[in-house]
Design a protein around this ligand. Structure first.
Ligand code: FEO
Length: 171
């Protein structure tokens, strides 16, 4: 059984991950409209990963007999003004997600809820990868994004990203 506080934080995280999926879906649509199909693909795969994250938190709650409380997930009305803007937003957003997961981890540790810290270990590592991915994108865009040929090649590279199911599996 989870404490009320941990269940509340995990519920909030379900919604935060769904928000992440929605945020990246918006970015994917933006790039599609700009005819950058590779960037659009990259963010579509990101959307699928965020949905997986939400489902993992949801399943963990259910496996512990907790009620899942879904909230409204609001779309962010952002008019991106430049191809690099969603990339910077991605980095900023992933840092807030890392902080949120660290916060749940700290709360679970304070309660000696080691089941939850063990569950969160996968997400701690995943957030390291998420921030690195965002950082790599920003660096590549800085190097190649402002030259049409470079942008074309970068878009082609991002078109190759394929969805892979998460390595964490909950029954
Ligand atoms: Fe669910 Fe991008 O972290």
């Amino acid at each position: 059984m989870l404490s009320k506080e941990i269940a509340k934080l995990l519920n909030e995280q379900v919604n935060k991950e769904l928000y992440s999926a929605y945020l990246y879906l918006g970015m994917s649509c933006y790039y599609e409209e700009e005819n950058l199909a590779g960037f659009a693909n990259w963010f579509m795969v990101q959307t699928q990963e965020e949905r997986d994250h939400a489902m993992l938190f949801l399943r963990y709650l259910q496996n512990n007999g907790e009620k899942v409380e879904l909230e409204n997930v609001l779309a962010e009305k952002v008019a991106y003004d430049g191809y690099d803007q969603p990339l910077a937003k991605t980095m900023e957003h992933e840092r807030t997600v890392t902080a949120s997961i660290n916060n749940i981890y700290a709360a679970a540790l304070a309660e000696k809820d080691f089941r939850t810290t063990q569950f969160l270990d996968w997400f701690i590592k995943e957030q390291g990868e998420e921030e690195k991915n965002a950082d790599d994108l920003i660096k590549k865009f800085k190097l190649f994004g402002n030259d049409p040929k470079g942008l074309y090649l970068l878009d082609s590279e991002l078109a190759a990203r394929v969805y892979a199911a998460p390595s964490l599996v909950l029954d």
